[in-house]
Write a protein that binds this ligand. Structure first.
Ligand code: HEC
Length: 114
């Protein structure tokens, strides 16, 4: 069973390799919409828009996708590791639909510092 799953995964990865770029761009755009819809800008800003004490510009360079996922799923644990964290606590976004969650991570990963 596990083996069959691996074969399917590899097949999908190969099949998606070509349109991946266009798909990435669409996913990043969707993630930006999720960011707006979830009111992340109440506490965070991107390119000067939103709450500037929580700027997320360059976050895609600072954090790995895994770290971003951890922030969105378990901000309480992540905040405990960050002594400079602000006081307003962030809630968990672990219950977002998976497509929205993944798009949000892709969007944040696209925010590279130049
Ligand atoms: C109620 C306020 C609040 C909201 C809403 C909120 N956050 Fe946060 N977030 C925080 C705080 C506080 C931290 C801790 C770090 C800090 O002090 O900036 C944080 C940290 C983060 C980090 C890690 C930042 C870093 O520099 O390491 C990411 C990424 C992040 N939030 C993304 C999001 C996203 C995406 C959303 C919307 C889905 C969101 N946050 C909504 C308050 C919030």
């Amino acid at each position: 069973m596990k083996r069959a799953l691996t074969v399917v995964t590899v097949a999908l990865a190969v099949g998606w390799a070509v349109p991946a770029l266009a798909q990435d761009a669409a996913q990043v755009k969707h993630g930006e919409e999720v960011f707006t819809a979830q009111h992340c800008s109440m506490c965070h800003s991107v390119a000067g828009k939103g709450n500037k004490s929580g700027a997320l510009d360059g976050i895609g360079t600072k954090l790995t996708a895994e770290e971003i996922e951890q922030w969105l799923k378990d901000p309480t644990t992540m905040k405990a590791k960050d002594p400079q964290a602000r006081t307003l606590p962030m809630k968990s976004y672990a219950n977002l639909p998976k497509a929205d969650f993944d798009a949000l991570v892709a969007y944040l990963k696209s925010l590279k510092s130049s």
